[in-house]
Design a binder for this molecule. Structure first.
Ligand code: HEM
Length: 143
């Protein structure tokens, strides 16, 4: 009985240490939260009746995107480790510069929603999604 219990315990320990969730980087965890917030915003901004927006929820999502972007800005993308050492510093600088632009544009979206400028909010949200796509091409490892 005891060896069986020990084997089960060892299996659990192994699974908890090596499960895919453990291999998430802090940046990936932030990005997942940004992804959830973007989905809520995308759905709400697609709403054509501008009297029906979930303004408070939208503002929470924008705040979450901003908080997670600020956290990510001070982290290092995984891709950087695969670059030659003499290119790594440039990548950090470019990444931080693009994150700063993104964060500034998140602030603009926040103002649009605060002042209920829904058409501007739609345009500025689209701009963020375009930046996200371009930045992922530059800074994410290809699978
Ligand atoms: C709302 C905007 C964004 C969304 C919804 C988003 C979403 C995501 C998602 C879903 C992942 C994969 C996470 C995983 O594998 O678990 C990811 C990874 C990543 N994203 Fe974003 N992203 C956004 C903006 C940005 C911006 C602006 C940058 C860079 C300036 C960026 C850089 C990265 C990097 C470098 C990774 C790979 C993580 C790592 O290296 O550890 N993302 N993103």
């Amino acid at each position: 009985m005891k060896p069986l219990l020990l084997s089960v315990a060892a299996l659990f320990l192994f699974a908890s240490v090596f499960s895919p969730a453990r291999s998430d980087t802090a940046m990936e965890a932030s990005m997942k939260l940004m992804s959830q917030a973007s989905k809520q915003l995308g759905t709400d901004l697609a709403q054509t009746d501008d009297t029906k927006h979930a303004k408070d929820l939208d503002l929470k999502s924008v705040a979450s995107i901003k908080a997670e972007s600020l956290k990510s800005r001070d982290l290092v993308p995984k891709k950087e480790q695969s670059l030659p050492p003499d290119q790594q510093q440039t990548m950090t600088q470019d990444f931080q510069k693009d994150m700063d632009t993104f964060i500034k544009d998140v602030d603009t979206l926040n103002q649009d929603i605060q002042s209920e400028q829904w058409n501007a909010a739609r345009d500025d949200f689209k701009k963020l999604m375009d930046e996200q796509r371009a930045d992922h091409k530059l800074y994410r490892t290809k699978h």
